[in-house]
Design a protein around this ligand. Sequence first.
Ligand SMILES: NC(=O)C1=CN([C@@H]2O[C@H](COP(=O)(O)OP(=O)(O)OC[C@H]3O[C@@H](n4cnc5c(N)ncnc54)[C@H](O)[C@@H]3O)[C@@H](O)[C@H]2O)C=CC1
Ligand SMILES: O=C(CO)COP(=O)(O)O
Ligand SMILES: [Zn+2]
Length: 348
Amino acid sequence: MFDKSSWIRLPRNVLVGHGMLDDLGAAVDELYLSGSPLIVTSPSPDQIVGERVRRQLPNPETVIVGEAGFDQVQKVIDAARAMDAGYLVGLGGGKPIDTAKMASDELGVGFVSVPTAASHDGIVSGRGSIPEGDTRHSVAAEPPLAVVADTEVIADAPWELTTAGCADIISNYTAVADWQLARRLKGVEYSEYGGALARMTAEMLVDNADLIRPGLEESAWIVVKALVSSGVAMSIAGSSRPASGAEHLFSHQLDRIAPGRALHGHQVGVGSIMTAYLHDGPDGMWQDIRAALDSLDAPTTAADLDVTEDELLEALTTAHEIRDRYTVLGDGITEKAAREMAETTGVI
Ligand SMILES: NC(=O)C1=CN([C@@H]2O[C@H](COP(=O)(O)OP(=O)(O)OC[C@H]3O[C@@H](n4cnc5c(N)ncnc54)[C@H](O)[C@@H]3O)[C@@H](O)[C@H]2O)C=CC1
Ligand SMILES: O=C(CO)COP(=O)(O)O
Ligand SMILES: [Zn+2]
């Protein structure tokens, strides 16, 4: 008997462009949602566009969340139950969006994604990325029914948020290489479409790197489109595998070892330089990845990430422990190997 099946969950409305935030109300109306929304956001996005969002929606309430975590998800669930929210709106960067999509899943209500920065590729994905103790979960969550990305707002955000999004996409190169390795060595299920789309997204971004410059709305457009494409790859795969390999494990460890120092995208970019070296050796893809990051003003060294050599080496040698996801790190690399890799690639 044929035993394969898949259920791909994608947004119904994806709005990207200048001034699109003012179409949020119309995009939500088209979804036939009922009741009032709870807006899940963090302080800066709330201050920048909170009022503009609230005045388009019926009797909204707002909850401000901090670092991503299950306590924050619970805070949103409690606030939504208290007002009997009809749906949730995630407004801001990756943390409020992840928190909202996970709370929506638990509550069984719809979720709308309103990114204010092009800093991560979770704006469309049906996955939540949440730390807990010594580990980091990638959990199935409610995918957005609609995504509203206003390129004017996003182009006004600090430039480093956009370069973080670029680096999150460039890391697809090594994420897909890790996924293919896991298929060959461990028989892990692989999606040809998910893998090809994630890799093509990274290639297109690198090909257009010259057009990505601070303050240009065109840049916000290119990066948001790529983030949407990367999120769709995760939805096709039914996992974050197309966009998250060993470079992400390294970043998740840095979040524990050196919290709050650098943005998620910047950490995975530096991780990608090093894990590309592990995949291909000295003459391989790592030099292209480093050059692409460099041309986009994204960090390429430990110092750029504001982490010490010791912190970097600890993250590299323990990254394999945090999740049952086979990557080029195998069952762990020695400190000597980690140092050699970081030195050869110029990260330390
Ligand atoms: N679920 C998924 O598939 C994915 C999830 N993620 C998660 O997303 C998170 C990282 O996302 P980030 O956006 O880097 O973090 P974040 O949500 O903390 O945002 C970074 C900073 O940018 C600020 N910000 C956002 N928009 C702004 C604007 N327009 N103007 C000024 N400041 C603005 C925020 O207030 C915050 O201080 C991590 O937790 C990561 O694991 C990342 C990629 C994929
Ligand atoms: O950040 C992600 C993709 O860019 C996904 O995060 P995870 O590593 O938690 O799956
Ligand atoms: Zn990421």
